[in-house]
Design a protein around this ligand. Structure first.
Ligand SMILES: Nc1ncnc2c1ncn2[C@@H]1O[C@H](COP(=O)(O)OP(=O)(O)OP(=O)(O)O)[C@@H](O)[C@H]1O
Length: 613
């Protein structure tokens, strides 16, 4: 139960004495609730209404003052006192409930932000090795379960304290009967351990199922276009039906378990109370006023046991959520690459690459167990303010290489060096702030064009936005949109064409005025006209920033200052485009040759001939 204790300790650290104060409040409220009912018996007895004598009634001497009250006022006074106790109790209960909600909400907020902060601090390797939907599940439903579990734990604590008080009171009134009730409670608690184990097991199964469901539905929503085009609707519906049936079955199992324990407890309670009355009347000859009081105590004490059992079962079923979130937090801590500091106090300035980015004898594997290296013995200098193109077959290691330059992953062997200084976690934020990266599959947020641009440079002026859009050949299509910059572009920019999305991401990259611009297949979705516009714009950037381009379409990199050819994780050629194209036997020429075969249109042929000179 360590993960549960961990979060309870966190709650105490987070709220301090506030939580103790509230638990005491909960205990006091329950005490008043019990008192309201328990005191009615002796008071009504003393008022002479029940026909019993004072000495037959427990607690009678506490209420001796009733004899001082004039007869016509006795009943109104007793009932008035009862109303006062209930009113105080209800008022306090409301205050405690409101305070509990406040504590819960702020703890929920703290747990969410803490978990998300840790997640954001984790390195890239952490993300590529995990299922994203599992992290989503932890950040959504599992944290909600933890919070539900915390509420239940606090209730449980208050119940335990209150039950102790009641047990003490009951002992004072009748040690035999209380001992009998307690012994029965302990026997039942031992018996019900098996129900708690079962609840924990069901909780683990349903958490795993919830994760599978989320993973499946996320995949399908991401691939909805494929589902439609391959007419996979029927099979996906089958998946949903099967999954939902499993979820429902789990729920029924849990409800079955709960009702079974309730069933046992109710039967046990009927048997116990009957046996107890029989014993009291026939063997102990207990006076009926005392019997009545004890029955009241019993009927109040017993539901505490059942409530306790049901709370413990519920908390046990939440256990996997505690475990998963705690594990996620621990793994994130282990994978932390930097700490998200308070920007206001420690602003991190982007680093300006002045001389070069280098890889010195770098080797890298995604998995240390793999024999194959994704990159091996890479020695490469990328001069500042020049354009370097990286080419190679699919899977050669191009993206891995730029991920290492961006500090997304650290080399297993060797160093990445920026302006002569080895890259460590200490400069990571500054380096990343200096880089704008345009990936193969550009990502846009479900917001307006303006917000998508401002995300990277909050406070940028209108003129700057249009300048960036002009650069990326976007202004024309943005102006034509009904709301211009304020047009919503949908989920991942779905309301734009692939080329428009790509150009917009490029505009966003440029808006930041980076020191290093990394383009990973960034113009692959563009038509020839827009591609050449962007080519020209990139040409104009030459000399102003360091540009690294990964290109499959080799005609786009003919003006690069250096071309690096990678094959199976190694650099096999390096030089200027024309120089590499001249040697007909090497890989670069082979790649060029393939493209001239692929590009069947005359323009493509023309371009290849052109670049080969
Ligand atoms: N997350 C990963 N886990 C394990 N192996 C990976 C991972 N990402 C890439 N690889 C492997 O590393 C090698 C290099 O991949 P990389 O993505 O760098 O190639 P690439 O040249 O960029 O390919 P492409 O042009 O198709 O994008 C490949 O063999 C690939 O299978």
């Amino acid at each position: 139960m360590e993960p549960i204790w961990f979060f309870i300790r966190r709650l105490y650290e987070f709220t301090g004495n506030k939580i103790l104060f509230n638990v005491s409040g909960m205990v006091f409220v329950s005490f008043l609730e019990g008192l309201g009912i328990v005191m009615l018996v002796p008071m009504l007895t003393l008022s002479g209404m029940s026909g019993l004598q004072d000495d037959e009634v427990p607690l009678a001497k506490w209420f001796g003052f009733i004899h001082e009250i004039p007869a016509p006022w006795v009943l109104p006074a007793i009932l008035g006192l009862f109303v006062l106790v209930v009113t105080t109790q209800s008022f306090l209960k409301r205050q405690v409930t409101l305070q509990n909600i406040k504590i819960n909400q702020s703890f929920d907020l703290a747990t969410r932000t803490e978990t998300y902060r840790l997640l954001l601090q984790a390195n890239w390797d952490f993300f590529i090795k995990r299922r994203k939907s599992d992290m989503i599940s932890s950040l959504t439903s599992e944290i909600a379960r933890i919070n539900g579990g915390i509420t239940l734990s606090l209730q449980l604590l208050a119940t335990v304290i209150y039950t102790m008080i009641q047990i003490g009171l009951a002992f004072w009134l009748s040690p035999e009967v209380t001992a009998f009730v307690l012994a029965s409670g302990i026997v039942l608690a031992l018996f019900s351990r098996k129900f708690i184990r079962r609840a924990k097991k069901l909780g683990t199964q349903s958490t795993e199922l919830a994760r599978l469901y989320l993973a499946g539905i996320t995949d399908q929503m991401n691939g909805i276009k494929d589902i439609k085009t391959h007419t996979l609707e029927y099979s996906r519906l089958g998946w949903m039906r099967a999954m939902s049936s499993r979820v429902l079955q789990e729920q029924s199992e849990f409800i079955k378990l709960k009702t079974t324990t309730q069933f046992f407890y109710q039967i046990a309670s009927a048997i116990l109370i009957s046996g107890f009355i029989l014993l009291s009347v026939q063997i102990f000859h207990t006076p009926w006023a005392q019997l009545l009081l004890i029955v009241i105590i019993f009927t109040r004490l017993w539901p505490r046991f059942t409530g306790f059992q049901s709370n413990v079962e519920q908390i046990a079923s939440f256990y996997p959520a505690y475990k998963n979130v705690l594990r996620l937090q621990q793994e994130c801590r282990e994978a932390a690459e930097f700490a998200i500091g308070d920007e206001a106090d420690h602003p991190v300035r982007p680093l300006e690459v002045k001389t070069s980015l280098e890889c010195r004898d770098v080797s890298f594997r995604y998995n240390r167990q793999d024999e194959r290296f994704a990159l091996q013995n890479i020695d490469l200098e990328i001069p500042a303010n020049r354009m370097t193109a990286i080419v190679g077959k699919s899977g050669a290691g191009k993206s891995t290489l730029i991920d290492l330059f961006m500090g997304l992953m650290l080399p297993e062997v060797g160093q990445v060096v920026v302006d002569g200084v080895p890259l460590t976690n200490a400069h990571l934020v500054a380096l990343r702030r200096s880089i704008s990266y345009v990936p193969q599959d550009p990502f846009l947020f479900n917001d307006t064009i303006r917000e998508n641009l401002l995300m990277v440079k909050p406070g940028a002026e209108e003129g700057e936005l249009w300048e960036a859009l002009d650069f990326a050949a976007c202004s024309e299509f943005v102006r034509k949109l009904p709301k211009g910059l304020d047009t919503f572009i949908g989920d991942r920019g779905v309301r734009l064409s692939g080329g428009e999305r790509q150009r917009l991401v490029l505009a966003r990259a440029i808006l930041r005025k980076p020191s290093v611009l990394v383009l990973d297949e960034a113009t692959s979705a563009l038509d020839t006209e827009n591609e050449s516009k962007i080519q020209e714009a990139i040409e104009r950037l030459k000399g102003k920033m360091t540009i690294i381009v990964i290109a499959h379409r080799l005609s786009t990199i003919r003006n690069a200052d250096q071309v690096v050819v990678i094959d199976q994780g190694r650099i096999v050629q390096r030089g200027r485009f024309g120089q590499l194209a001249k040697d007909k036997r090497n890989l670069f020429s082979h790649l060029l040759g393939n493209q001239s075969d692929d590009e069947s249109n005359a323009e493509g042929e023309e371009r290849i001939r052109d670049v080969r000179g």
